[in-house]
Ligand binder design. Sequence first.
Ligand code: PSV
Ligand code: MN
Length: 424
Amino acid sequence: MTSGPYLITREQIEKSNRARKRVLDKNLAALAASLKPAKIDLDHVLHELTRFKIAIPSWGTMTGGTRFGKFPVPGQPRDIFEKLDDAATIHRLTGANPTVSLHIPWDRLDDLSTLKRHAAKRGLRFDAMNSNTFEDQPGQKLSYKFGGLSHVSKQVRDQAIRHHLEVIEIGERLGSKALSIWIGDGANFPGQADFRKSFARYLDSLKKIYRALPKDWTMFIEYKPFEPAFYYTVLADWGSALMAANAVGERCKILVDLGHHLPNTNIEAIVARLISAGKLGGFHLNDSQYADDDLTAASLAPYRLFRIFHELISAGRELGKKFSPAYLIDQSHNLKDPIEALIQTTVELQIYWAKALLIDEQALEHYQEKNDVLMAESEFKKAFHTDTRPLAAMARMLAGGAIAPIELFRESGYRKIKTRERNP
Ligand code: PSV
Ligand code: MN
């Protein structure tokens, strides 16, 4: 018998799929028949859907919380190795999450070669590396209470820059190709900060980090309107982010966290602008009622997600391979089991990606050119109302994953087994 942590096996997945394949085939055939008049190439849609991959955030495998408390699930990972085990389980079930995004120093990494080997053994690679200068660490020399990269003191800025260089170094040893920077810098009260000077200092720091960025890496800068700074944030919006990305260099791109917008913002229009500017780097996917609520993607505003995906799919068709934004999840799982929430998220993202793939771009353009508002909108609605769950299930199965990943996860008893394994 092999020892080591429990992982869901290929045999379990195949067995579970065998029991569900007939119904899936029937549902897919019905979908194909209903789409026949539209002359949609379902094989192509399936192919595109299997190419859609989404990174797991290491921090998302743990129970999240609010500042009022946390209610941890039992058996959560105790270290980065166990986080990778959970991520590997998610990827085995979905076939769509082959990479993990680390957050430094939340992820404590001692032995990088062992970690890299562990990831490879689990069939995982490392996605964008996240830095953290938005809170202080025990033993840290200078405080980030009043900011990091934009701080008034050069010594604090230098410390924050050094942290980013260390994160790059770790990422290089793990095979990552991107650095993701979100800063909490800003002000709570009028008069506290000089808007122009703080932005200039931020740019100066970014440029220094960029100089150390390996040539095959991308730098993502992530904007957010508020929190922790409630009056003014240094990188509050896509306009500031675009200015910064243009000033810093070619490989500095913008990361759009869906929750980082005020209510009712037309995010898809922002996405389109960033594509036009050649500066869209990637996404932190989630959903929100108010702002940075970090709820499960598509739980509240699935139509918005679909419209964002439409912008991406249509840009991809136009620009080809050179258009390849990074897709990462950034959620906080306070109530749901984190593994289940991440599987559910991936499933939902696949469903809405598939819907957006079904939009007849030619017909849409035709109606747009004729100013036929109703028919143009109908093209969106037609695709949006199509039940794409069988396509998503088939895409998972083709990628080696499960037709019904959450059901299988529950049947496997994974959480219970981990609770025993991780609390000896
Ligand atoms: C900030 O709210 C943020 O979206 C950044 O991406 C951080 O890295 C992440 O959340 C932390 O959860
Ligand atoms: Mn984020």
